[in-house]
Design a protein around this ligand. Sequence first.
Ligand code: CDP
Length: 230
Amino acid sequence: MVILVKAIAIDGPAGAGKSTIARAVAQAMGYIYVDTGALYRAIGLGVCLLGLDPHNEKDVTDALDSITVTLRFVEGEQRVFLNGHDVSGEIRQPQISMAASQVASIGAVREFLFSLQKDMAKKNNVVMDGRDIGTVVLPQADVKIFLTASPEERAQRRYDELMLKGEKTTYEEVLADVKQRDYNDTHRDISPLRQAQDAILVDTTGITLEQSIQKVHDTAVQKLSTQTSC
Ligand code: CDP
């Protein structure tokens, strides 16, 4: 029996609101939300815990032999496990964001995570967010959205989030981090961040989170309704 599953790919730069919007849209549609950034963050964390430089391609590639990353869904929420330990909280630290962005430019890391991501979408209706979902991981996705906002607005959102968590940082530091990661993500040789040709651009600059969720949800529903089932 062929099981027909649907996939909504949401790509975009750091702080565009992908995870909050993707989670809300998945919940509204009864789909599973897969946050692929968490996988790169888990590798970044694993590499840091081993005391390795996340830039060092050879060391990071060798380290993959001793790293396992798994995703589990607990009450609909994604949890990410590194070598069997739930690291869903630890991977959100600012230094892990940068380590994730650095290991993400290494081909062996992207290959390592590729089938894990693909498998999730084989059996489930998914909303999957990341940088290369519509271009590389799920090029046949039913709906592709490229979500963006100005760097300043994205940095402000990320800064507010970090303040709520009690992290010590400044807006300037967060803006510099966002710009550096934008640069890394768009300039790497393998699977750079770019809008897929058939992706719909949603710019959330100056609109509220609720409006952004509505916009992405309505766009996805409309796109899915225009598809034939055979
Ligand atoms: O949430 P935020 O936008 O800060 O980042 P994330 O989605 O958690 O991803 C962390 C890092 O992983 C990004 O800066 C990317 O370098 C990398 N990443 C990637 O290369 N490809 C993906 N599909 C997802 C994330």
